[in-house]
Design a protein around this ligand. Sequence first.
Ligand code: FAD
Length: 428
Amino acid sequence: MRAELQADLLVIGGGVAGFGAAVAAGRQGLGVVLMEAGAKIGGVMAFCPGMPWGGAYPRDEIVGGLIAELRDRLAGLTPPAAETRPCTLENFGREIVYDPDMAQVVMFEMLEEAGIRVHLNTVATAPQVNGSRIDAVRFHDRHGPSVVRASLVIDCSGDGDISAQAGVPYELGDASGKMMGVTLSFLLVNAPWDTVFAEGDPYFTRHAERGVAAGRLHPDLAKIYMMKGFHRDTVFCNSVIIRGVDGTKPDEIARATQEGRRRCRELLAFLRDEVPGFGNAWMTSLGPTVGVRETRKLEGLYRLTGRDIAAATKFADGIVACANPIDDVMRGEGAMTHDAAVADSAYYTLPFRCLVPAGIPNLLFAGRNVSADPVAFASIRGMPQCMAMGQAAGTAAAIALDAGIGVQAIDGREVAARMKAQGLWGLA
Ligand SMILES: Cc1cc2nc3c(=O)[nH]c(=O)nc-3n(C[C@H](O)[C@H](O)[C@H](O)COP(=O)(O)OP(=O)(O)OC[C@H]3O[C@@H](n4cnc5c(N)ncnc54)[C@H](O)[C@@H]3O)c2cc1C
């Protein structure tokens, strides 16, 4: 019989939100176990290597906190492994591009420095609920099933399986269950930027339309979104989108990934044959699986709404600033849009209460499972904001455990004040 794991805090999921939660809590002195189903940390960062940290500069100021620290640590390496550039799409402002392998190295260093016990290839499978509390969480790794007992749990799994099983209400996708499309990304090497980007259209619309008309590209590739990769003459391709996939179902993910591979291959052949500059390019860093934009949005004490963000609301318990557009990506039959969420020079903040369930005193959640309506979700889901949500949840966990209170009793204004002290910008 295996010994059970014990911890002050269990963080489920090692995406950007889980990374933020674990580092923030470890730095406050909590004993933290971070459980990640995959072999890397980063979540979408690991599934779509090279994905920029977008929307990091609302009103041209970095959101601050761990994302700023990470950028600075990467940018300070020799040679530098991160830099800030303008996004070529409208309404996104500046973004951070980085070397994805060096980002893994530095993120693991930060976890190590914070004393986090990282368990990779380990899946949290079910909560053990006693009354309203989560007493323990069952997990599975190569040694078989076991249990971790933690005083508090933060669900950063994106999909929120454990929270849902523990009884937290949720909405899957939008009100009619439609979820954003999933994407298989890749990087092209040996694509000279001066030639490739000479026309200045980030969607390569003229070429994409020809490819679709000729039957060489899937109709959903009528816009081929490509951007400069971190290293010179590399191109990051975030274009192959598969609609109608339920990201909580492993068989649908497998099918979408295989379909994605087919479309990536077709796209590569088309680019090499038809688009100036790509003739000698080759594909690398094809995602190991599709990146999932949206599944469950858990119900928190507060649900951020499209109306809140349009009004540029700054909440007293706001924990991160955001001015990202409504970045909707092919929900159902829908299109790809990124309309401005707020007027020029405005921004809104995300209230801490969006990370707190109503009924469970020792559970928080953070990242893309945040409590938000479909419009607000489409704006707040950027990686810098998800990392800050994790940072806030990790900070709040320390407050709750130090005071011996349930998470619903945490004063969100105190969390906001601590986030401000940790360098977060634009908070009340
Ligand atoms: C294709 C795509 C393009 C995007 N483009 C951008 C962009 O350009 N810029 C930007 O800033 N944002 C972008 N986003 C949004 C952003 O990447 C995500 O919203 C954000 O990364 C979500 O982070 P997360 O940590 O909440 O979840 P995820 O990244 O989904 O991570 C969740 C982690 O939890 C793990 N996990 C799940 N269940 C369990 C379990 N039961 N036990 C253990 N581990 C578990 C998963 O393996 C995963 O590693 C994009 C998203 C996608 C999918």
